[in-house]
Design a protein around this ligand. Structure first.
Ligand SMILES: [Fe+2]
Ligand SMILES: [Fe+2]
Length: 322
C-alpha cells in the first residue's frame, strides 16, 4: 500500500514511500559538489526533493520511474521540499501490484472521463442550430478515444489525465452562466466555440494513455493548435456542408481565443461570443493554476513564482481558528 500522498505531506514528517519521478537531474551545488534534484509525484500532486550525496545508481533514475524513498519533509521559501536520504527504483517483481499500479502516480482530473464526456455531449445535443450541432457532435465522436485521457497542456494548467475534457467542461459550465447574464449572446455559438477551441491539442501535444505529455508533435511545433484548429474546421465544414458565414465565425473563434499575437492569435475577437470564449478560457486556466499554487503553499505563505500567472507569487491565507 502507498502510505502517504503528496497532498497530505506536512513539514517535519519522516516518510518511507513510493512516488513517480516526474523530472530528475544531477546538478552542481555552490560548493562544487553534485546533488540530485528530483521532482516526485503521485495522483495528488508533485513535490521537489534534493539528495545531497549522489550515488552511482542515482544517475540512472529517469522520468516515470517508480521509486521508493526515505526522506524528511522540509520547508524552503514557504514550499515543502523533501530531503531525501535514500532513493531507489522500485521493481515490479519485489513490490506488490497495488504499488506498481500507475493509477497511484498519474495526476488525473477529479471527475470521471465518461461523465465529463457525457456532459459535453449533452451540451452539444442541446444546441438548437443544426449546423453547429452536427459540427460539434462530429468532432466529439471523432476524437472520443483520445479525449478520454488527453491532457490540455504539456505543463501547467490541466496537464493531467482527462485534462482537456475537464477544461472544456468547466468552460461550458461557466459559458452557460455567462449566457444567462448577457442574453444577447448566441448560446449555440458559445458552446460550439468552447468545444472546438482546443480540440487540436490532441494532435499538437504528444501524450501517452496516462495523460502524460512528452512534448509537441511536428505539426504542433510548426503550426500549433490554433492554426491546426482552423484547418480542422475548414475540412469538417466542407464535409458537413456548413454554410460559409457560420464556418468563418467558428474559425474566427478558434483563431482569436488566445487574444494576443504573442500568444498565437493573429486576430483579436471581432464579435461578442468570440470575446466571451477568450475570457472563459483564461478564467479556467488561471483558476486551475491558482488552485494548484495555493494547494502547494503553506498557510500564511506565498507560492513560488508562476510563469503562467505573469510570475506572480500566490498567497495562501492563514487558516482561521474555529
Ligand atoms: Fe488554446
Ligand atoms: Fe483552452
Amino acid at each position: 500500500m502507498k502510505q502517504i500522498f503528496v497532498k497530505d505531506l506536512k513539514k517535519d514528517m519522516e516518510i518511507i514511500d513510493f512516488f513517480m519521478v516526474k523530472s530528475v537531474s544531477v546538478r552542481t551545488g555552490s560548493t562544487g559538489k553534485p546533488y540530485l534534484d528530483v521532482t516526485l509525484g503521485d495522483n495528488t500532486g508533485e513535490i521537489n526533493g534534493k539528495k545531497w550525496d549522489v550515488g552511482a545508481s542515482d544517475h540512472l533514475l529517469k522520468e516515470k520511474d517508480i521509486v521508493k524513498i526515505i526522506a524528511v519533509v522540509n520547508e524552503f521559501n514557504s514550499q515543502l521540499q523533501l530531503k531525501i536520504q535514500r532513493i531507489r527504483k522500485a521493481v515490479p517483481e519485489s513490490n506488490p501490484d497495488d504499488i506498481m499500479d500507475m493509477g497511484n502516480f498519474v495526476k488525473a482530473a477529479p471527475e470521471d472521463p465518461d461523465d465529463m464526456y457525457g456532459y459535453i455531449k449533452n451540451a452539444c445535443e442541446e444546441i438548437k442550430d443544426p449546423d453547429y450541432r452536427k459540427l460539434t457532435l462530429k468532432v466529439l465522436e471523432e476524437n472520443r478515444e483520445k479525449l478520454m485521457y488527453y491532457p490540455a497542456a504539456s505543463k501547467n494548467h490541466h496537464a493531467e489525465l482527462g485534462g482537456l475534457l475537464y477544461h472544456t467542461k468547466r468552460m461550458l459550465m461557466n459559458g452557460e452562466r455567462v449566457c444567462e447574464v448577457y442574453t444577447n449572446l448566441d448560446r449555440d455559438l458559445v458552446t460550439a466555440g468552447v468545444v472546438l477551441h482546443d480540440m487540436q491539442k490532441i494532435f499538437e501535444i504528444d501524450a501517452d494513455t496516462d495523460g502524460m505529455a512528452s512534448g509537441y508533435s511536428f505539426e504542433g511545433q510548426m503550426l500549433g493548435h490554433i492554426i491546426m484548429g482552423v484547418k480542422y474546421v475548414e475540412e469538417l465544414a466542407a464535409e458537413l456542408d456548413i454554410p460559409y458565414e457560420k464556418k468563418i465565425m467558428i474559425e474566427h473563434m478558434v483563431l482569436s481565443h488566445h487574444y494576443e499575437p504573442e500568444y498565437g492569435s493573429p486576430k483579436k475577437p471581432l464579435f461578442p461570443e468570440a470575446e466571451v470564449l477568450h475570457y472563459l478560457d483564461i478564467l479556467d486556466a488561471r483558476m486551475y493554476d491558482m488552485e494548484e499554487a495555493v494547494r502547494n503553499t503553506e498557510p500564511g505563505g506565498f507560492s513560488d513564482r508562476i510563469w503562467t500567472l505573469d510570475n506572480r507569487r500566490i498567497y495562501n491565507p492563514k487558516k482561521q481558528k474555529e
